[in-house]
Design a protein around this ligand. Sequence first.
Ligand code: NCD
Length: 312
Amino acid sequence: MINQRHSAHLLGIKGMDRQTITPFLDLAESYALLSRSRKTPRDVLRGRTLINLFFEDSTRTRTSFEIAGKRLGADVVNMTVATSSVNKGETLLDTAATLNAMRCDLLVVRHAQSGAPALLSQKVEASVVNAGDGMHEHPTQALLDALTIRRHFGRLDNLDIAICGDISHSRVARSNLHLLLTMGSRVRLIGPPTLLPSAFGAMENVSLYHSMDEGLKGADVIMTLRVQRERMGAGLIPSEREYFSLFGLDQRRLTYAKEGALVMHPGPMNRGVELASNVADSPQSVISEQVEMGVAVRMAVLDRLLRMRSPS
Ligand code: NCD
């Protein structure tokens, strides 16, 4: 949700409506075109400082925010847990005080704890962007997925979208679910019972499947998810080979979906676990386009959040 006091923050998709989501996608679309022609306006964030504060490993998302900030002229600083004073016992709130004193304008936060970016947003003057908090939300991932889908179908309503795999541990699945339902599509969640909380079945326009063949029938889009081993207790999935044989997306299963259905993955993907290598590299795969749209969406988010700030 976008919280606004003096600063505007992007903390999650839940609570955002269509009118709030669409302008981010529209601006991102134009930043995607400008990026392709290498004509991005460097004055948009000139003189602004963006800090990437990552308490969890990430290469892709951190790099994406870094490129987004730099394409709009911001000064970008990366703080990762290995080098930060968190290791010396500094608390999250002390970190916030330090960042305030540094007069940072935009703070991009990834944290293993759900709610950490929201807590920080109450303590810093900067606009906070949640870059993934625990199993909670990953709003810019959902926006970039939506933009990728919209570019192919020209719309985000009335589509059948299958989200497959480790739903339980996935902030990507949660943010996408909220966004796609809000925009008027239907979502099928497919996964083994151990990784698919039955409570999702109570949501309107959501259906649950424990069989890939069943769940993929007639789908317009297939989103595969990484198996989140680091968040799992033991015994939730059998061997990776067995997981692939039951829930991996291969060429045969792909034929159950609509002809030309899009294949997506937020990365980092495990070839041969969530999806077969030849599916990941097939013409139906838009995985590289997702990465490209990731930069464009983050440019739009950084730009809009600063414009939404009320003068203090
Ligand atoms: C996702 C994440 O970190 O939530 N990855 C990403 O943003 N590049 C998905 C994942 O880790 O599986």
